[in-house]
Design a protein around this ligand. Structure first.
Ligand SMILES: Nc1ncnc2c1ncn2[C@@H]1O[C@H](COP(=O)(O)OP(=O)(O)OP(=O)(O)O)[C@@H](O)[C@H]1O
Length: 240
């Protein structure tokens, strides 16, 4: 599903990604972890086709990641959802559904278990951050993409919304969709991933298949819990 070949990204003198290379098979659930500034969002943006690598190649489902053909395959749940402030919730979804040729009624149903269930006519600019995040998740996935990329999807969500998010993500995994989750907060997703990628200063330093191990347990074993929002108090090792 994903093929990243020798990818380097530079911002001026700063190298945000150094020679990253990995593949992700269809149906894998990958957790991408690293400390602030380690290059996670830069990598997700490449996979989402929102940026091009300086050198190397990024392919999604056999397409160059920036090709239009890759758009139908993939959904990107961004940390700050790109929404239109002066549309209503219903209009926002209708707009995106029209782009993808999907049904807006189905998209609205996906808000049924959220605080937006009775806010379809509210303007996006009137929504709280947590509400925007929930609308952003539905907006990014109206086309039921085979690959879902997520950047800190649980930030700003209340406990009920996090439970709904967890169930949604678990369903995607059960449906054999490919998921790449980038987060510092593993409280809700620790046992979901079957593979862990760790970035450090723009380098992919660990690529671990998890089997029965949780992400936190693997990070503890690797001495890399500094990437988490809430490393356990017993963690004595220095952060990478
Ligand atoms: N548009 C940009 N211009 C200049 N530098 C950038 C730009 N985007 C990212 N960077 C730099 O690239 C590095 C990686 O940034 P990135 O946002 O990918 O990190 P991250 O791992 O997602 O961090 P965080 O956990 O804080 O979200 C950082 O040093 C950042 O300052």
């Amino acid at each position: 599903m994903i093929d990243v070949e020798s990818v380097t990204v530079r911002f001026g003198d700063h190298t945000a990604l150094h020679e990253a290379r990995f593949t992700v098979a269809e149906g894998e659930f990958v957790c991408l972890v690293g400390r602030n500034g380690s290059g996670k969002t830069t990598l997700l943006r490449l996979l989402a086709g929102l940026a091009e690598p300086g050198t190397g190649r990024v392919r999604v489902a056999g397409h160059t990641a920036t090709d239009l053909a890759a758009r139908t395959v993939r959904g990107f749940v961004q940390a700050e959802p790109p929404l239109y402030d002066y549309l209503t919730v219903r209009e926002q979804l209708a707009f995106v559904c029209r782009l993808h040729g999907t049904d807006v009624a189905t998209a609205l149903e996906r808000l049924a278990h959220t605080v937006l269930a009775d806010r379809h006519d509210a303007l996006v600019r009137e929504l709280s951050l947590g509400m925007r995040k929930q609308l952003g998740l539905v907006t990014a996935t109206v086309h039921d993409p085979a690959l879902v990329l997520m950047d800190e999807p649980a930030n700003a969500l209340d406990a009920t919304a996090v439970t709904t998010l967890r169930e949604t993500v678990r369903d995607w995994h059960a449906q054999k969709r490919t998921v790449v989750l980038c987060t510092h907060d593993l409280a809700w997703a620790d046992d979901l991933a079957d593979r862990l990628l760790v970035l450090q200063h723009g380098r992919l330093v660990h690529d671990v298949r998890l089997a029965d191990e949780t992400v936190t347990a693997a990070l503890r074993r690797l001495g890399a819990t500094g990437a988490l929002t809430r490393p356990e108090p017993t963690t004595a090792e220095p952060a990478p």
